[in-house]
Design a binder for this molecule. Structure first.
Ligand code: ZN
Length: 390
């Protein structure tokens, strides 16, 4: 018992000391933070509902210059700040100046479907990827970059700085729209992957495309239940029909579940990544927390998060409005586990509101479900033709 008190006392003393040091005014000081888990979000503001700026991996080292009760403010560079919840980090030290790692090597590979850039660094830090139209802007912070020592193979799509900097910035300029990207860690640093724009034929745009269909919920997770109808079943029924339509058009289709079983939420995007998906379609039926709103909020809606996925969402939505004749519940920008992945184009469809009798009656109808599947398939084809044919 005594020992526990002692540990708590030491911990509290350390915390008080750290707090006191960080509050010093006039002297630049940083708390060195070590991140405790993978995919930890950095946010725009120090609160849970604030937008995510980026994610960091386990063991990443960050430098905090300010704090609130629950959050540290991390300095990415002089112009960029982000906030991390204190529960995700451990304070390692207080230091007067930021320290920078040296990037040891950068290598570049052009594969059949991907561009892969390997960045060797001695330790993990924060990185940021920004979509700018067809272009991507990748920055790895707190890493000294020396263009002579770490020369990247020449490729006119990739621009890197010509002078020594305290961060690595790679600009990727593309003529066609983006079609997926990702940053992973490996034992020596990072692998930054960009999917090449596909070559699409007008006649069979979905040929050779890999599509992962995700029927929402399943097993003990029923989703919305209304009028004796369970959302998980409608999702699965529509998804199976969607699989059939997509296959007819030449796509390779995988489903995150084929039966009425539980699939953990975060396993679904992981599955899509393992399958090297080009498109991820998550199928749901909508509900409202405040069901009184149903008098003015109803119909069919499509959701995306990253700009690269917006155009597919748009095309699917246009086709679904025609096929269902439902009210237009719009293309919506929303942060969901199934809209956030960047590896592929990721879209979530809410086919209708199951809590509205008029829509529920149609959503369980087999022919209606088939029309939904056809509309989503047509949306995918139109998106591919618009963006990726010559
Ligand atoms: Zn749902």
């Amino acid at each position: 018992m005594k020992r526990i008190f002692l540990i708590i006392a030491i911990f509290l003393c350390n915390q008080i000391q750290i707090n006191a040091q960080m509050q010093d005014v006039g002297i630049a000081k940083y708390a060195v933070l070590e991140v405790l888990g993978d995919n930890t979000p950095l946010r725009e503001k120090g609160c849970e509902k604030s937008n995510r700026v980026t994610h960091v991996f386990k063991d990443a080292v960050l430098f905090a210059d300010k704090q609130t009760d629950d959050y540290f403010r991390v300095e990415l560079n002089e112009n960029n700040y982000a906030w991390i919840n204190k529960k995700f980090v451990e304070v390692q030290a207080i230091i007067p100046e930021k320290r920078f790692d040296n990037i040891e090597k950068i290598s570049f590979k052009s594969e059949k479907k991907f561009y892969k850039t390997k960045i060797e660094t001695p330790s993990q830090s924060a990185f940021l990827i920004k979509e700018e139209g067809n272009n991507l802007d990748f920055t790895l912070f707190d890493n000294r970059y020396d263009p002579i020592e770490t020369s990247l193979e020449k490729n006119d799509k990739f621009l890197i700085p010509e002078k020594i900097t305290n961060e690595l910035n790679i600009k990727y300029n593309n003529k066609k729209p983006l079609f997926g990207y990702d940053v992973e860690k490996y034992e020596k640093g990072y692998i930054y992957t960009i999917k090449k724009a596909p070559k699409v034929s007008c006649k069979r745009p979905l040929k050779d495309m890999i599509v992962v269909v995700d029927p929402g919920h399943g097993g003990s997770e029923k989703g919305v239940v209304a009028f004796g109808i369970e959302e998980k079943k409608v999702n699965l029924d529509i998804s199976k029909k969607l699989r059939k339509e997509l296959r007819k058009k030449g796509a390779t289709v995988y489903m995150t579940r084929k039966k009425d079983i539980n699939v953990p939420l975060y396993d679904r995007p992981k599955f899509a990544k393992e399958k090297n998906a080009d498109i991820l379609l998550s199928i749901h039926q909508n509900s409202l927390e405040n069901r009184a709103e149903i008098t003015y909020k109803y119909g069919v809606g499509t959701y995306y998060y990253h700009p690269q996925s917006k155009d597919l969402a748009q095309k699917i939505q246009e086709n679904l409005i025609v096929a269902t004749n439902f009210r237009d519940d719009k293309v919506n920008h929303r942060s969901f586990v199934l809209t956030r992945p960047t590896n592929q184009i990721s879209v979530l469809v809410e086919c209708g509101y199951l809590i509205r009798k008029e829509e529920a009656d149609k959503l369980v109808d087999k022919k209606f479900q088939k029309n939904i599947a056809k509309a989503i398939t047509k949306g995918c084809e139109e998106y591919l033709i618009k963006n990726f044919t010559n």
